[in-house]
Design a protein around this ligand. Structure first.
Ligand SMILES: Cc1ncc(COP(=O)(O)O)c(C=O)c1O
Length: 358
């Protein structure tokens, strides 16, 4: 019976490997540095707005179909035209929309690796051909983009994560612009972590390149991972097409209220990110004085190469001490761990735990 049911599922879906998210332990005393959440709460305006949104009989009714309030707040926050904004249930939904919009089975999607592993899952789901150009180290990133040319594998879609997870490097705007000019593919700049970077946003390039999409999320810099809001900025014509593929009523009333409040408090966002960036600098410097060689990073995380290229051993020892970081099994990433920047107190504990290794 089970076999008969499963036989109805497409072979390529059955062959897929499910995306492996970072662990989300229930309760406990763990210091959670594994999924790049922000250690600080969101703007106080958020809770107030959510409470207000619960009032009256509003929850009985569907939300705005295209999240017009959130669109307007995002357009205003980043000075972009309303028609060029699409709101998703997290930027993950927007990544799924983009892959479904651009790729038929066998068509090519490309990126530099390592990068956000969900791109692979999305590509597999639609049967796309994946071209991953491996880069060796942070500084190789832009060069590989130029020299090997993501555009040369005839892709229909290219993902550029800037700053990139898990290594924290950022492809420059010059390189990105050149890439957009050299290809007819849709180029998606995934800027989930850009607010933690000194680099300029690719939003600056949008008016010059019709094939560019810029993704933002409220999950990281805005401290709203639990709320699930992603934003795509693109040409208005493209937004009309992508809008056909998002889920209906994809943003709940409560999520929309939280998002609008957060987007209207950009001063809070800046102060929040500045704190995280200061802690990033501090923890990287402390670790370097104790013999570790963490890589510089533009995100709210950093990459830590591990002794004996054994990231899992460091992961396990830290987990035993109550500190949860992210390790990966792929050969390219098994030699280190990715650590989210937490509060200064959390970083002090991390440095202390890692000090016990040496
Ligand atoms: C590079 C990158 N893009 C997108 C996302 C997903 O963001 P969201 O929470 O908005 O779905 C993540 C989450 O970790 C990420 O690392």
């Amino acid at each position: 019976m089970v076999d008969r049911v499963i036989a109805g599922v497409l072979p390529r879906v059955r062959a897929m490997t499910a995306y492996t998210p970072g662990e989300q332990p229930n309760g406990g005393e763990l210091v959670k540095l594994n999924t790049n959440e922000n250690p600080y709460p969101p703007s106080p305006a958020v809770a107030e707005a959510v409470r207000a949104a619960c009032g009256g009989d509003s929850l009985r009714l569907y939300p705005q179909p295209a999240s017009d309030g959130v669109r307007a707040a995002a357009a205003e926050a980043w000075h972009r035209p309303l028609e060029g904004v699409l709101i998703g249930n997290g930027s993950d939904e927007l990544l799924a929309v983009l892959t479904r919009a651009c790729l038929e089975p066998g068509q090519t999607v490309a990126w530099l690796s390592p990068t956000y592993s969900l791109y692979h899952t999305m590509a597999e789901a639609v049967g796309a051909r994946v071209v991953e150009l491996p880069v060796q180290r942070e500084t190789d990133h832009s060069r590989a983009l130029l020299d090997e040319g993501l555009a040369s594998c005839n892709p229909r879609l290219i993902f550029v994560c800037r700053p990139n997870s898990p290594w924290g490097e950022t492809v420059g705007l010059d390189e990105l612009g050149r890439l957009c000019r050299s290809t007819d593919a849709l180029v998606v700049a995934d800027e989930a972590y850009i607010d933690f970077s000194h680099a300029e946003s690719a939003l600056e390039l949008l008016d010059q390149h019709q094939n560019l999409v810029v993704l933002r999320t409220l999950s990281k810099a805005f401290s709203l991972a639990g709320v699930r809001i992603g934003i795509a900025f693109a040409s208005p014509d493209l937004v009309v097409e992508l809008d056909k593929l998002r889920d209906s009523y994809n943003v709940s009333r409560l999520n929309a209220a939280a998002a609008v409040a957060a987007l209207q408090d950009m001063d809070y966002l800046r102060a929040n990110c500045d704190r995280v960036m200061a802690s990033r600098q501090r923890v990287i410097e402390s670790l370097r004085t104790t013999g570790w060689q963490p890589w510089a990073s533009d995100g709210n995380f950093f990459w830590l190469p591990c002794p004996g290229d054994d990231g899992r051993a460091v992961y396990s020892r830290l987990a035993d001490a109550g500190v949860l970081v992210r390790c990966f099994d792929s050969p390219q990433l098994s030699g280190g761990v990715r650590i989210t920047v937490g509060t200064d107190e959390q970083m002090d504990l991390l440095v202390q735990c890692l000090g016990n290794f040496n």
